[in-house]
Design a protein around this ligand. Structure first.
Ligand SMILES: Nc1ncnc2c1ncn2[C@@H]1O[C@H](COP(=O)(O)OP(=O)(O)O)[C@@H](O)[C@H]1O
Ligand SMILES: O=c1ccn([C@@H]2O[C@H](COP(=O)(O)OP(=O)(O)O)[C@@H](O)[C@H]2O)c(=O)[nH]1
Length: 225
């Protein structure tokens, strides 16, 4: 196989039927919170890459459990093959359910893929081989705000990475590995940036307006709301 073979691969899901929106933003920016709101508004299937990895980590008999645990505790990005396969399987399962409602007729589907892609290799491979994304919904706020939110979440989340040491590592990985992904999609004019510093409901209204515009065919360049 030549080094360029992947560029001729057809994605598993056709973007004219299956809408994929990547939801990005630093740890604790509010991605999961806002995805839950957008599920209510638009009937998306919400797939959190982190949740899928944590479920696989805890699945009895998984050959990846210990590896995933180590990566997550260190704030590192799990090798992409594992995460992409989990996402593809979950997308297939949602489409096989034959859901009803807007966006799910005739083999169609709409997905919020939360916390992914966090690294360039994942971004390129998913777009080429699984489904070409339609939009990146990018939640922005300060590290100070994210740290505050994560330490509070850590009081009840039970997550092994919601402690100050892991959080600092996640910030570093985010800046070094995920910001280039945002840059990559900026060049494709696919990024909608939402200031996530306001209240949950204010951020929700802004995110909702972005998705309404997307479905109305009104987003053809990077936008900031
Ligand atoms: N706009 C907001 N203002 C204050 N707290 C928020 C806001 N959005 C989310 N949170 C809280 O911050 C924490 C992190 O949010 P979460 O949605 O889990 O972030 P992410 O999925 O980006 O890591 C949660 O405890 C959540 O309740
Ligand atoms: O595509 C992904 C998404 C998540 N993670 C791991 O899962 C952790 C938690 O991610 P999640 O999105 O659940 O939480 P966030 O850091 O945004 O609060 C990350 O720090 C990574 O270690 C990963 O390896 N690949």
């Amino acid at each position: 196989m030549s080094a360029h073979a992947s560029s001729s691969v057809t994605p598993v899901f056709d973007r004219s039927k299956v809408t994929v929106i990547f939801v990005l933003g630093g740890p604790g920016a509010g991605k999961g919170t806002q995805c839950a709101n957008l599920v209510q508004d638009f009937g998306f299937c919400h797939l959190s890459a982190g949740d899928l990895l944590r479920a696989e980590q805890n699945r009895e008999g998984s050959q990846y459990g210990e590896m995933i645990r180590t990566y997550i505790r260190e704030g590192q990005i799990v090798p992409m093959e594992v995460t992409i396969k989990l996402l593809e399987n979950a997308m297939r399962a949602a489409l096989d359910e034959k859901r009803t409602g807007a966006g799910w007729e005739d083999g169609r589907g709409r997905f919020l893929i939360d916390g992914f892609p966090r690294k360039m290799d994942q971004a390129v491979k998913f777009d080429e081989e699984v489904c070409t994304s339609s939009l990146v919904l990018f939640f922005t706020t300060t590290e100070e705000e994210m740290l505050k939110r994560l330490l509070k979440r850590g009081e009840t989340s039970g997550r092994e990475d919601d402690n100050e040491e892991s959080i600092k590592k996640r910030f570093r990985v985010y800046n070094e590995q995920t910001m280039p992904v945002i840059e990559h999609f900026n060049k494709q004019h696919k990024v909608a940036s939402v200031d996530a510093t306001a209240t949950i409901e204010e951020v929700h209204q802004k995110a909702k307006s972005v998705i309404e515009k997307l479905f109305a065919g009104e987003i053809s360049q990077n936008v900031t709301v």
